[in-house]
Design a protein around this ligand. Structure first.
Ligand SMILES: Cc1cc2nc3c(=O)[nH]c(=O)nc-3n(C[C@H](O)[C@H](O)[C@H](O)COP(=O)(O)O)c2cc1C
Ligand code: SF4
Ligand code: SF4
Length: 410
């Protein structure tokens, strides 16, 4: 069947470890990549790749899915999730490989048995036989053993984020798996534990072709203070730490990718995921160092049809700026991120446009500011007391306040 859009043939094809991607957008492993129909739709909308839902062996914490999409708060939170059994994963991979022709298929997998590399290797070999283009080691999911440990439970299983912050174990396992199969092994890492760049570097040093970040964080979602014994999910009793994704995590995800990119070589392929919904999110992720972009929550909420608009936006951006390839703008922010002790700062103060000021008084309430008073139903700034922090420009509902820039501070 023909793709839904011409934009699928856009100008960012890339080749990694011998695999030809028609573009660098991959639907991230999750509930939108767990049936054959979903995968064929992903191909038709022009995506470069699809990472099949995690298969975990032996089966561990696989429950009916419980999700909340709190769009007002801009986050998605899941508390429970169905993982594929290893057999289901293999069957899906075999079927997908027959059904699609252009999509690069990732086997997102995690071994949850006895420690050591043998289980990982066995899974990877079987996935290779089933037709996977890429083995994606899931060293990232924070909602399995890591959740159990973080919320006071006990488990003997070391899975996902519990293993993902150990540079030695991750890089050795990745290397052992890579030696055992002839397809590329990519590693998807967790920011939990604070060592994502160190782990990524250890993997690249061991010759792994691509490493990336999941962006997800465990957090406590909003809950009802009148009903604290219940969590926010429907059809579930208790509150729990939940796995956060979507726009709320984007700033953290950008930092993860920036940190990985700083640590590795320009030719190392970095994947970024976390809160990417629109074309400019994707550009920001590439400017922080990403080659691949994975999107999961955006596809869960709006379907794989989101890709063409993202692609069109990037194309227009590239035309306007004269960029020929994403590599022309990848990393641009990386060397520009400046240590806080070296910032260039200017003296200056707030200025009120009295014509626009409605006299609402919101700016005069700013708790750390003694420079604003209300007079004749207009805000007045005492410039000598203004520190230049600029909070008032952001709280004013009608944008009546701007900053007057003066000389550079030595
Ligand atoms: C409900 C749900 C299930 C997920 N399942 C997996 C998974 O099975 N394997 C995996 O590597 N990542 C999984 N992820 C992580 C996503 O692939 C993605 O890396 C992350 O959510 C950040 O991107 P996003 O904000 O676009 O969702 C899951 C995310 C969500 C929200
Ligand atoms: S810039 Fe900061 S200190 Fe100055 S008036 Fe606004 S809130 Fe007050
Ligand atoms: S918040 Fe804006 S509109 Fe309200 S008093 Fe201050 S300057 Fe005027």
């Amino acid at each position: 069947m023909k793709p839904h859009t011409k934009e699928s043939e856009y100008l960012m094809p890339l080749e990694v470890a011998g695999l030809k991607y028609r573009n660098n957008f991959v639907v991230g492993s999750g509930p939108a990549v767990k049936t054959l129909d979903m995968i064929t739709e992903i191909e038709r909308w022009g995506w470069g790749g699809a990472s099949l839902k995690l298969a975990i062996d032996p089966t561990y914490i696989s429950k009916p899915p419980r999700y909340r999409w709190l769009k007002k708060h801009k986050y998605h939170a899941f508390t429970a999730e169905t993982r594929l059994t290893f057999d289901e994963g293999l069957r899906l991979m075999e079927a997908a490989r027959k059904a699609v022709s252009e999509l690069i298929l990732y086997a997102n997998m995690s071994y949850a048995g006895e420690q050591g590399d043998d289980g990982w290797i066995r899974m990877a070999k079987k996935y290779e036989d089933a037709g996977a283009h890429v083995i994606e080691l899931n060293m990232c999911c924070p909602n399995m053993s890591f959740n159990v440990e973080s919320s006071g439970g006990q488990t003997h299983v070391v899975s996902g984020a519990s293993v993902g912050s150990n540079p030695d174990i991750v890089s050795k396992t990745a290397l052992a798996v890579q030696k055992a199969v002839n397809i590329p092994v990519f590693v998807k890492l967790t920011p939990e534990g604070g060592k994502i760049a160190e782990v990524a570097k250890a993997c690249f040093d061991n010759g792994i072709a691509s490493v990336g970040s999941t962006g997800n964080r465990l957090a406590i979602p909003d809950f009802d203070i009148d009903n604290p014994e219940h969590g926010i999910c429907h059809l579930q009793d208790e509150p729990t730490l939940a796995c956060f994704s979507g726009p709320w995590i984007k700033p953290l995800a950008l930092r993860d990718v920036y940190e990985i990119r700083k640590q590795c070589n320009p030719d190392d392929m970095v994947m970024g995921s976390g809160g990417i919904e629109r074309w400019n999110d994707a550009v920001q992720m590439m400017m922080c160092g990403a080659d691949f972009i994975q999107i999961c929550t955006g596809v869960m909420i709006k379907g794989p049809k989101i890709l063409p608009k993202i692609v069109k936006g990037i194309q227009q951006f590239m035309e306007e700026k004269g960029y020929k390839h994403y590599r022309d703008f990848r990393d641009v922010i990386v060397p520009r991120i400046t240590p806080t002790d070296q910032l260039t700062l200017y003296r200056g103060h707030a200025v009120v446009d009295e014509e626009q000021c409605t006299g609402c008084g919101i700016c005069a309430d700013v708790g750390h500011c003694y420079a604003i008073t209300m007079k004749d139903e207009k805000a007045k700034i005492f410039v000598d007391d203004c520190t230049g922090c600029s909070t008032c420009t952001d709280v004013c509902p009608v944008s009546a306040i701007s900053m007057q820039v003066l000389e550079k501070i030595d």
